[in-house]
Design a protein around this ligand. Sequence first.
Ligand SMILES: CC(C)(COP(=O)(O)OP(=O)(O)OC[C@H]1O[C@@H](n2cnc3c(N)ncnc32)[C@H](O)[C@@H]1OP(=O)(O)O)[C@@H](O)C(=O)NCCC(=O)NCCS
Length: 193
Amino acid sequence: MPEIALPIRTGRLILRRFEGPDLDAFHAYHALAETARFLPGPAKTYTQSMERVGRYANFVFEKEGDWVALAIEAADDGGLQGEVVLKWLPGCGQGEVGWTLAPGARGKGYATEAAEAVLRLGFEELGMHRIEARLDELNTASAELCRRLGMRQEARHVDKWHYKGQWATELIYAVLADEWRVGQSLKAATPAP
Ligand SMILES: CC(C)(COP(=O)(O)OP(=O)(O)OC[C@H]1O[C@@H](n2cnc3c(N)ncnc32)[C@H](O)[C@@H]1OP(=O)(O)O)[C@@H](O)C(=O)NCCC(=O)NCCS
């Protein structure tokens, strides 16, 4: 895999490696039950946030199973807005994307903009063939985000997970490199509103 050149700049965001000083801002949104609702574990303790920020800050992307974890910062006012991650899955050029925003950063299109940059990284820089997202069917914000990104719903696994005290149905969305390229060409050819 090639080196990942950071930071990545988009229209409004800077995607960069996590740093120690991100800890308090990271913990502020990961300590919330609302943030944890559709994430695997409970709301994080400070120790768990420390461990996670440390892991993100030191990520290596060398083999299947490794993650790229990027801090999302708004270019105009700095400060941690959330994170976007890309996992290298087993197989030939398979990836999985994930996202979390602080509550105050939602509703502005930041997750869409950051995830688009990560799909570009996966397909154009890392040569991935297919990138998927796995989500709880009740997580409608994530499903809408997948659709904004041009991902197709590929699967619906009823009661696939048991977490947060109940059964959850898993949706899998995915996009292939060729589909993504077609989407990018169409976007480039469409005049801005
Ligand atoms: C999932 C999550 C990241 C989605 O956040 P989000 O703010 O809805 O997504 P975006 O940042 O792309 O913003 C989209 C919203 O901003 C609006 N928006 C405003 N300006 C926009 C712009 N320039 N571009 C795109 N959307 C814009 C959109 O209309 C949309 O609003 P709507 O939800 O009212 O339709 C967020 O809900 C979250 O962090 N949840 C907790 C963690 C979590 O569940 N993670 C995923 C586990 S699978």
